[in-house]
Design a protein around this ligand. Sequence first.
Ligand code: AMP
Ligand code: MG
Length: 312
Amino acid sequence: MKTKNLGTSWEEIEKAVEILRLGGLVAIPTETVYGLAADATNEEAVSKIFKAKGRPAYNPLIIHVKNTKMAKEYAQWNKAAESLAEKFWPGPLTIVLPSKKNSNIAKTACANLPTVAVRMPSHPVTLKILDQLKRPLAAPSANLSGKISSTSTNHVLKNLNQKIDAIVDAGNSAVGVESTILTFKPKPTILRTGFITPEAISNAMGLKIAHYDEAGPVIAPGQMKSHYCPNANLRLNAKDWRQGEKKLGFGNVECDLNLSKDQSLIEAAQNLFNFLHILDSFDTKTISVSPIPNEGIGLAINDRLIRAAIND
Ligand code: AMP
Ligand code: MG
């Protein structure tokens, strides 16, 4: 199949919507990373996402909605979800809730779980698509399963050219790392770190939020140990550089690419996946990475780097 390159004019957005309405796959821009979208109410369309990505069926998809009202059609909403959505939506926070009994979200999208993960993205183009389609979109990151996520259409095409119907090009993703995922059961727990920090959520909820690794039996399905992998090996917390390695720096260091000379974690998150794609294209054996402070958005950056360093 030929993958159509679409821009962001009204006509081209209409084209993307038509493809989605007919059960096709479209890579869409979100503020976090590019997503691979299908009509979340269409089982056949959703199953195409799993096939194109080589994603295991047990790994559920995030359901993107155009507003809180749409989220409430599919999820058993609660007060905490209401206040978090008020504070952080549209934006990079995904909330896991029990599914509504009469929900028509494809079962495969939720990996047959009794829960649904919902998020209202803030990217204006994707909000227009959702508004025109009038249906929710299932959209994981637009990359092959386990590989580096995509923050530009170049990255998407590297992985998925000719496997998907179209791609809507809106330039580089602003945030650069995936959404924070939060569940309430058995207690409020972060299943995946992201741009919205544990402190911000704790402050908004007025209570301490657990992280999945301290939460005992709560395990996020699909949060594989190995993920976001380049072909090269990663050497993390590199305080010295070794010959033959590609060097991904942070702060005031000599290196091949610098995530942020000014030590801005926001800038580092924006650059992370793009720089891993670039350094990996040199077919180097090892990419070494400077230490990244493990606080705020640095938690999400280190989470991605640690998983990217595990190659199995
Ligand atoms: P990705 O689509 O790659 O951004 O990953 C989405 C992640 O969201 C999955 O790997 C799960 O960890 C999480 N997720 C999605 N749906 C659910 C759900 N119903 N229950 C718990 N976690 C979920
Ligand atoms: Mg992903």
